[in-house]
Write a protein that binds this ligand. Structure first.
Ligand SMILES: [Zn+2]
Length: 136
C-alpha cells in the first residue's frame, strides 16, 4: 500500500496508543487506529487483565471507541507493535471488524520500521455476517 497522509496519521495514532498499552503479562504491547470514512482516527490499545480472558485487544478497543463516537464506516486500520515482524489482527478482531468493514485495509507496522498490509476479506474470507443470522 502506498503511504498517504491518512496512513501516516493513523500510524502515528497507533504508535501513540501502543505506548499506553497495558500488557504486564504478555509484554506484547499493541496499538491500533481505525480511520473512518470521514477521516476521523480513533485509537485503542490492548488492555490485559490478571483474569486473562478479561483482557481486550487494541483493535477491538479502537472499534469500541469508534462505535461509541457514532462512527460506522471505516477505511483503514493501522496496527502497531514492537514485534520483529508485522502482525495481523487476531481472529476475534477480524470477525469484529468484518461486521462493519469487510473491505477494510489493514496495515501493520513495527517500531523497527517493518510494514505489511492486507485487505480484511483476505484475512477473514468467510466471516459470520448479519446475513448469517437470517432465518429461512
Ligand atoms: Zn484481537
Amino acid at each position: 500500500m502506498t503511504r498517504t497522509r491518512a496512513t501516516e496519521a493513523a500510524g502515528a495514532a497507533a504508535m501513540a496508543a501502543m505506548r499506553h498499552a497495558y500488557a504486564p503479562y504478555s509484554r506484547f504491547r499493541v496499538g491500533a487506529a481505525l480511520q473512518a470514512a470521514d477521516g476521523t482516527v480513533v485509537s485503542g490499545c490492548n488492555v490485559e487483565n490478571a483474569a486473562f480472558p478479561s483482557g481486550t485487544c487494541a483493535e477491538r478497543g479502537a472499534l469500541s471507541a469508534a462505535i461509541a463516537r457514532g462512527l460506522r464506516d471505516f477505511d483503514l486500520l493501522v496496527v502497531a507493535t514492537e514485534a520483529a515482524d508485522p502482525t495481523p489482527p487476531c481472529g476475534m478482531c477480524r470477525q469484529a471488524l468484518a461486521e462493519f468493514a469487510p473491505a477494510l485495509v489493514v496495515v501493520s507496522v513495527t517500531t523497527g520500521g517493518k510494514e505489511a498490509s492486507w485487505v480484511l476479506s483476505d484475512l477473514l474470507p468467510h466471516p459470520f455476517t448479519p446475513a448469517s443470522l437470517a432465518h429461512s
